[in-house]
Design a binder for this molecule. Sequence first.
Ligand code: ANZ
Ligand code: ZN
Length: 837
Amino acid sequence: MLKTFSLVESSPEMKRYDAKTIEAKWQERWDRDGTFRVDIKKAERPFFNLMMFPYPSGEGLHVGHVYAFGGADTFGRLKRMQGYNVFEPMGFDSFGIHSENYAIKVGKHPRELIQETTSYFRERQMKRLGALFDWDHEVITSQPNYYKWTQWLFIQLFKAGLAVRKKAPVDWCPSCKTVLADEQVIGGKCERCQSQVIEKELEQWFLKTTDYAEKLLSNLDKIDWSETTKTMQKNWIGKSEGLQIKFSLEVPRQEDKKHLVEVFTTRADTLFGATFVVVSPEVAKSWIDLGWKAPKEVADYITKSLKVDQQDRTAEKREKTGVFTEVFAINSGNKKEIPVWVADYVLGSYGTGAIMAVPAHDSRDYEFAKKYNLEIVEVIIGGDVSKEAYIGEGKLVNSGEFDGLDSKEGIKKISEYIEENQLGKRTVNYHLRDWLISRQRYWGPPIPMIFCDKCAKDGKSANKDMTGWFPVPEKDLPVELPYLKNYQPKGTGVSPLATVPEFLSVKCPECGSLAKRETDVSDTFLDSSWYFLRYPSTRSARSGQVPFDSDITKKWLPVDSYIGGNEHAVLHLLYARFITMALHDIGYLDFEEPFKKFRAHGLVIHEGAKMSKSRGNVVNPNEFMDSYGADTLRIYLLFLGPYEQGGDFSDRAIAGVYRFLNRVWSLVQEIADNTSTATPSLEMERALNLLIKKVGEDLENLKFNTAIAAMMEFLNMMNEKKDELNKELAKKFVLLLSPLAPHISEELWEVLGEKFSVHHQLWPSYKTKFLEEDKVTIVIQVNGRFRDKLEAPKGISKEDVARLALDRPKVKVYTKKGQIKKSIWIEGRLLNLVTGG
Ligand code: ANZ
Ligand code: ZN
């Protein structure tokens, strides 16, 4: 029999589970031996296991990072054990506004700060997690050898006509003192600092994501991504099919003299209910620019509303405002004269920037009509328009020849009518905007463009519509970011780089005369839009000449698995897809989609709320790694709940997982110390095989919590049936544990007398014959009389049945008196125990 033992305290000769020492020991060994290194060139079964690299812009990693990395790493380890050459690189997204804001906050220069933070993150935190991270392929986006290629990328986009400079209403964050991309304004607030953004009309650099709207949408069907992420992208792209209709007008539009306004509608069936037209302040402004003499009140309204941010303007609860233009239009359906208003709830940047207002069937128009006493005409039956707008579908009324049709048919027929009479055309609109890429900040890659006055005057340019603009010659890359002591944003609408004369002045690449550099830097999300392309190639002989080596890229990309947070669904993940598509079309990549598979993990919350510094509920992983070890922290986090949902971190519950690992530790030690060769019962064998199957499948599907639960259950079983345990079984258990808890597994592997390393082993296979669900009921007799019956797996041996039977109380009472002399066994049906005396 095995020695008895208590849970954590063990017999004196048994080693205590000292996680900290064990973890440091193996980390050192793995590092020294290059245990997890892959040969990028020679790998035969490449598997690119990617996770989102952190912004090194805080005191350190928090447990949310450990959650993300731990899950992705466990998955990568499973893949390794399945025989893949798993490449799991890591790096730092260290350029950009988040790092700069942090530098400003702590009063340091970002260049020095990033040195400190990256080294702290890497050395003191990430290396302790026991992940497969390949630090030989580290990417740090703020290093010149990386951002040289970010600038190169910009130039390729420029050459392809995908990077353009244009004047547009843009969102400005008064606190970050820079413009932001559409995606970086969340509910009217800056993604970084949560300040209310304001709108400004500025000339900026944009990347033409809208050129890819349809592909970004339709390709979603081809990739294996979390549905939640796909839906978020789909909604963001916002494809809308509708009709563009011309209404004739009495406004001097000098360029065509056609005097008309175009509206975009998705509800052509409501055309006859359009009782007024609303144009956006932007469209009204363009009329003024063309010579329209707007009444003063109208002009004032336009000026005022152009300053309000778009997201605010369309906010649901905001009271609608507007003014009558004193202009009338003709409804192209019923030919009635209807007033034209200007109101800021209509956006200049969507559709045609003007709408036909149908108050009976659109809530915003309804609210507006009520406020300004405008006509409301019901044209769709189904509601009570004296009370509120009816926005559903139904039969058409008050619609002339279209009366009686239902909405769908109405849309079709009215669209046909409009097209046949050349009053408009069917169109598709996308809500997606171009990606505003310039930032009036310091800490980022200078946009590698030069503006030459002389060339501009001569009408020369590298790209049409952008006279005077030329890319920096590629041989001159990188355009290095100069060291600026006063790097803080100026708030003047230009980058601090504009204050550096040596930086600003440059020779025109076209004519050689004195020209000016672009002084804005590019958005952080440009840095991270291609980092995964760089990882495998960082050590390539050609890494100095190319952003990514084409042979290596063929072999390793697209990424096989990507795991990260859904907060990036319409930021990083959309941008990375766009850049990949663009590089594909320019001819640098032979795939369009960067990530074959993407899974979003949930959030780790603490004390019921998302962790944040302002709430003071951020959990630092270090203290838990110190007291319990990284293995416990990894398992604890993955045990919180379904991975895609996240869970609530509790410092008390982590002790339970620590006890689990301690029990594993003690039990395996005991098994290792024991020289007897026990054989597991069929029941144990069956449970083990089921466990191998379940853990393998669960880890493959990122169902970490249920895999862990199954292992805990199996451990209980092992503790109850110690006399059935042997080393083979213990080894299998350790193998199953190894992706989740890599350090303790390595140690126990050694304890079991096995050669380094458990991480070179293949995932154990299970025997299907043990998995058969079929059970048999076996009757137990004592001296020929029925005493009990028991359920057992099919194929159970006589010895196993006897052992189980003799444990049964009902059987025990009859066998107590005498020794079992013999037994009669009918395979799978009956066991008769015959006693002597
Ligand atoms: C008439 C109408 C009647 C409308 C009705 C809706 C309901 P999506 O799906 O987002 O494409 N619209 C068009 N351009 C706009 C702009 N620049 N600013 C604000 N609103 C605009 O929405 C299309 C609908 O949003 C259009 O269809 C238009 O209102 C409005 F019973 O036209 B509808
Ligand atoms: Zn020039």
